[in-house]
Ligand binder design. Structure first.
Ligand code: SF4
Length: 322
């Protein structure tokens, strides 16, 4: 089958758009979608100048999503003095897993000449995820602990590096799965939080928030296309799965989503279109609106929290108490 844009051989067919694309046109289409998302979400404010550049901190895990995000952001903004890119890798302390993906991060940031920082749970919290799963004081899935620690470090270092935006590599599948899980769990407050945490870009509300605003510029690109892009561009992405990956429910949702998408191409896109609208409404109702959420400083670490002691400090203490 030929590419729909030229006479070269197609390497992919997107059922949701009906397009067949060659390697070149496919890669350009991924880049175009990411850049359009940056424009549509107003990630680059008019106030950014070469004298007062925006600092964008990229959460770089070494997996295909964050590697592709970093590469395209670099190709787009390396020559733009209004943007400074900085990559942060978090080492969770998982034997045989993060060390390899860290190598991919080092190779990529070295190639692209991007400043790269590495922080670890061990240095920050005096624990490793391998030990956390053994101790498990709260009888929770490994990812529940890990997510709290990761979010804490991303926020902490985004602030420490003076980042204006925190960018992560969530793709369309990740976002549509999360949306569906929130619906199925009936968790409207979580839907609101999802908006607050950047789903629909950067309006005045998120700029006023206590936290560094987040962005997901790859959220229009399906997971398989991110993987194909990484392959075609020969990027050093690491693909081994974490041994503690424990999101059984997400696994079920993934299967459901794949079968829905196969039988009804475009399902992920339509879920996200509806979800964005609903998240805006939910955010007005559930705590994301101005004055609706009281934030204190954590008594232990000073991080913004709705409790006296933030969730991260409570978990760290519980783990060390075992
Ligand atoms: Fe952490 Fe779960 Fe990701 Fe493993 S799969 S790195 S435990 S969040």
């Amino acid at each position: 089958m030929d590419c729909d844009k030229c006479d070269r051989e197609a390497v992919m067919h997107a059922a949701y758009s009906g397009l067949h694309l060659c390697d070149d046109h496919f890669c350009r289409s991924v880049e175009k979608r990411l850049r359009r998302r940056i424009r549509d979400d107003d990630l680059l404010p008019a106030s950014a100048t070469p004298d007062d550049p925006q600092v964008w901190l990229i959460g770089l895990s070494g997996g295909k999503d964050s590697v592709v995000l970093t590469k395209i952001l670099h190709d787009t903004f390396a020559e733009d003095p209004r943007i400074e890119l900085l990559a942060l890798t978090i080492h969770e302390g998982i034997e045989g897993y993060r060390d390899k993906s860290l190598d991919a991060c080092l190779e990529l940031t070295d190639d692209l000449d991007i400043r790269h920082e590495v922080v670890s749970y061990e240095e920050e919290f005096d624990l490793r995820m391998d030990d956390v799963v053994q101790k498990d004081p709260e009888s929770m899935a490994a990812c529940a602990y890990c997510g709290v620690f990761r979010r804490d470090l991303l926020s902490k270092y985004a602030e420490e590096y003076g980042a204006d935006k925190l960018l992560t590599g969530h793709n369309l599948d990740d976002e549509a799965e999360t949306a569906l899980m929130n619906f199925l769990e009936g968790d409207v407050a979580q839907v609101a939080k999802h908006f607050d945490a950047s789903l629909a870009g950067f309006d005045e509300r998120s700029e006023q928030d206590e936290f560094v605003p987040r962005a997901k510029p790859l959220r229009d690109v399906p997971e398989k296309e991110v993987a194909l892009y990484a392959h075609l561009e020969n990027l050093p992405a690491h693909i081994t799965e974490c041994p503690h990956s424990s999101e059984a429910y997400r696994g079920e949702i993934q299967k459901l989503m794949l079968s829905l998408e196969e039988n009804h191409p475009g399902t992920r896109h339509s879920i996200m279109a509806g979800y964005e609208e609903l998240a805006k409404l939910a955010a007005d109702e559930f705590g994301a609106g101005e004055g609706k959420r009281e934030l204190n400083e954590c008594e232990r670490c000073g991080a913004a929290t709705t409790r006296d002691v933030c969730r991260k400090c409570a978990l760290v203490e519980a783990i060390h108490a075992v």
